[in-house]
Write a protein that binds this ligand. Sequence first.
Ligand code: NAD
Length: 331
Amino acid sequence: MRKYILLTGGAGFIGSHLCETLLRNGHRVINIDNFNNQYNPDIKRSNIKNSLDLAVSVQYSSSWYQFIEGSIMDEVLLDRLFSSFNIDLVIHLAAYAGVRYSLENPEIYMDVNIKGTLNLLEKCRKYRISKFIFASSSSVYGNNKHIPFSEKDSTDYPVSPYAMTKKAGELLCHTFHKLYKLNVACLRFFTVIGPRQRPDLAIHKFTKLILEGSDIQIYGDGSSERDYTYVDDIVDGIIRAASWINEQYNCYEIFNLGNSHPVSLNKVIDTIESITGKKAQLELLPMQPGDVERTYADISKAETVLGYIPKTSFERGVQEFVKWFTSYNKK
Ligand SMILES: NC(=O)c1ccc[n+]([C@@H]2O[C@H](COP(=O)([O-])OP(=O)(O)OC[C@H]3O[C@@H](n4cnc5c(N)ncnc54)[C@H](O)[C@@H]3O)[C@@H](O)[C@H]2O)c1
C-alpha cells in the first residue's frame, strides 16, 4: 500500500513551503488545514495554490496529494483519515502561533496546541503510526541567559502561553514515545522569515508599515535580537529530520533549527529601509510582557546528526519577503 505523509497546518507560512518540497521530492502528502482566521485566510488559500498546481502539473493522480479542509480538533475526521490512508509519518505544524496573540487568547492556544497535538498522538497510537515530527519553538527557552541556546538548556520557565503550549507539546510527545515507542523529533524553529511570512511577525508588519508610511511601534531600545532563519533552510531541516527518523528505532530527540546569527531589531529596520528605499517612522515603547531579549540557536546538534546547515543570509531573506509582499499586494 502507498505510504503517505500527513502534514498538519500545510496552508500556513512554513507548511505551504514544506508541502511543495515534499511533493517535488516525490512524497505522497495529505495536507490538513482549517484556514482559521488568526490571520486573513485568503493568504492561506493563496499559499496552497502552488502545491495544488504542482500536483496537477506533474500529472500526479489525484490520490497523490489530498488537501483536506478540516480541523485537527475533529476526531471523527482524523479517524477517517488515519483509517483510509497508509500514513507513515506525521509532520505536525498546525497550531496557533505567535507570542502576542497568545497573551489575549490563551484558551485557544491550550485547545489547539495541546489538545490538538494530543489528538494526533492518540491517532498514532491507535493506528500504529511510528514516526512523528513536532513543530516546536525557540520560545520554549524563555529568557535563557546561556548563549547560544542549546537543547540541553532548561526550558522549565516559559514566559508566554504560546511558549508553554509548545513545551507541553514536547512533553506530550515524550510521554507517547515512552509509553508506545513512538519515534519523535521535536524541532525548535527560530523566528522564520521569507515569502508568505505571517502578518503578525516583525518583517511582515514592518515592511507593510514602512511602505504605507505609517509609524512602527518599537518595543524596547531596538537592541533585542532574534535568530532569523530562512524558510527554505527550515524546510530543509524538516526534510532532513524526516529522513533521519526513518532510520531510527525508539528515538526521542529535540533539535534547534536556527541560523545561529542573531540580528538586532535596529538592523531589521535598517535592512527593510534599504531594500524598500523608504524611511521608517518609529514610535518607541517599553518592552512587552512575554517578549524575550534575545534568541540565538546553537545548531551543532542538528548539524552533526541531521547534516543541517542553513544557507540563506538575513538580508536575502528580507529581499525575498519584500518581493513576495509587493507582488501579493498587487493582485
Ligand atoms: N513562523 C515562525 O517563526 C515559527 C517559529 C517557531 C515555531 N513555529 C511553529 O511552526 C508551525 C507553523 O508556523 P507558521 O508560522 O507557518 O504559522 P501559520 O499560522 O502560518 O501556520 C499554521 C497553520 O495551522 C493551521 N491550523 C491552526 N489550527 C488548526 C486546526 N485546528 N486544524 C487544522 N489546521 C489548523 C492554520 O490555519 C495555519 O494555516 C507552528 O506550529 C508554529 O508554532 C513557527
